[in-house]
Ligand binder design. Structure first.
Ligand code: FES
Length: 99
């Protein structure tokens, strides 16, 4: 598990991209539940940290594929490959991710 960021820096409804051990990861806080998926779109390697949150999904800023932030599942083309999902643990004020 690698320390990623403070819980207080990830307000409810927000996303934030971090680089951990050379992996670009997207953290999300959905209704107080923190999740982590790959932060790179599986279509053309766009940074999903620049995307938009809609309910429990992130929308890629380039071609608008949507991914479920909890499962990584891809919801619509042009992307067809889901995002990798990472385990998360909260300890005290810190979010840890299993990379
Ligand atoms: S780069 Fe994300 S949908 Fe094309």
């Amino acid at each position: 598990m690698v320390s990623a960021m403070k819980v207080s820096d990830l307000p409810e409804g927000s996303i934030s991209a971090v680089d951990l051990k050379g992996t670009h990861i997207l953290l999300a806080n959905l209704g107080g539940e923190v999740s982590a998926v790959s932060g790179t779109c599986t279509h053309e390697e766009t940074d999903l940290g620049l995307g938009f949150v809609l309910e429990n999904r992130v929308i890629c800023p380039l071609h608008l594929s949507q991914f479920d932030l909890k499962t990584g599942q891809v919801m619509n083309p042009p992307a067809t490959v889901p995002l990798q999902r990472f385990n998360v643990k909260i300890q005290g004020e810190t979010i840890f991710v299993e990379v």
